[in-house]
Design a protein around this ligand. Structure first.
Ligand code: NAD
Length: 330
């Protein structure tokens, strides 16, 4: 789908988690389309949010430093918005096991606060929620479509699934346009690359660009669907503007599958340096490993009318260019 300026020009948009990787990328696109953008972000410790992510548009967006769990603030921010991109959250599944109540609180109570604010002051807003492929866990067959039974292996996945259901209920019971995107493995400019917690593709690229060693557990044969950030932003915008997306869940992937060792090799080819080392699986990691994840994106392609996906080689090239011009600090 080609998103035209008419869909967002002069429209009011709130992005929760707006200083993070995906939220800020949506903000950059929306500012270019002429939207009036507000960002809510609490700059949660050990997450990807930073004011550096809005460099270049800082004078064109409103930034509210606050928490999605603050119900009074939410009511004030939600009033009058045409679109809400709901991305606030902690992003790491390991962290959800280390700090279960924080994850529960943000992913469940936080998103319920947002939906309640919509119900009380703005039931006409269109909401798109950032869920994750991790709601699926290990699936017996591939490709995985939205009708597969979710079987999350982590608290992060369980809480995302619960938040998805809140969003669907607010559509069914109160008629609020909510759409859910189950994001696969996103990568691209603005993702935090300080360590490997945020995204495997960017992390491999950082190591390669520094001429470092990419350590892969086992043979690295497990497959992932990788989606370039620009394509993911397209999916968010289309889910907000497509009436038929209301109440729906979409796999937000690219349909391009690569084994981890192939992603590492592509990162090395893009950087022109770096090397791979295979190491033994740590037991705790193996327990949470989903195995191959091959996703069916037919529904998103058909209903959201998304265009062809950026290839991994092209996405990595654009990402490398970004980090050549910006510090690796974010
Ligand atoms: N990056 C991925 O691999 C991936 C994959 C699937 C789903 N998602 C989901 O997409 C969303 C955005 O992810 P991202 O990659 O941009 O991560 P990110 O860490 O870069 O951004 C998340 C932002 O949410 C903010 N935040 C956290 N808790 C908050 C709260 N209580 N109130 C307000 N703001 C809060 C953080 O400060 C951060 O800026 C998250 O919900 C994440 O779970 C990400």
């Amino acid at each position: 789908m080609v998103i035209d300026a008419a869909a967002f020009g002069e429209r009011r948009v709130l992005i929760t988690g707006g200083l993070g990787f995906i939220g800020s990328s949506i903000a950059h696109r929306l500012v270019a389309l002429g939207a009036q953008v507000s960002l809510l972000d609490v700059l949660l410790a050990n997450n990807g949010g930073t004011p550096l992510n809005i460099r270049g548009i800082e004078d064109k967006v409103g930034v509210f430093y606050g928490d999605i769990r603050d119900r009074d603030l939410l009511r004030r921010l939600v009033a009058g918005q045409d679109f809400i991109f709901n991305l606030a959250g902690q992003v790491n599944y390991r962290e959800s096991l280390a700090n279960p109540f924080l994850d529960l609180d943000i992913s469940c109570a936080g998103h319920l606060s947002l939906l309640e604010a919509c119900r009380s002051v703005n039931s006409g807003a269109r909401v798109v929620f950032a869920s994750s492929r991790l709601v699926y866990g290990r699936q017996p067959s591939a490709p995985v479509s939205e009708t597969a039974s979710p079987d999350p292996l982590t608290l992060y996945g369980i809480h995302k699934l619960t938040a998805e259901r809140y969003h669907q209920l607010y559509w069914r019971s109160f008629g609020i346009h909510t759409a859910v995107l189950r994001i696969t493995n996103p990568y691209g400019p603005r993702q935090n690359v300080q360590n490997g917690r945020y995204g495997i593709v960017n992390w491999f690229l950082r190591l390669a660009m520094e001429g470092g060693v990419i350590r892969i557990y086992g043979d690295g044969g497990q497959k992932r669907d990788v989606i370039f950030i620009d394509d993911l932003v397209d999916a968010f915008l289309a889910a907000a503007t497509t009436p038929a997306a209301a109440g729906q869940i979409f796999n937000a992937g690219s349909g391009q599958t690569a084994a981890l060792r192939e992603i590492a090799a592509a990162a090395i080819a893009t950087a022109g340096k770096g090397r791979i080392e295979h190491v033994e699986w740590p037991a705790a990691e193996q327990q949470m490993e989903t195995g191959d994840f091959i996703v069916d994106i037919t529904k998103a392609r058909r209903l959201l009318r998304l265009g062809p996906a950026t290839t991994l080689a092209e996405g990595l090239r654009k990402t490398r260019c970004f980090y050549e011009d910006h510090a690796m600090g974010h």
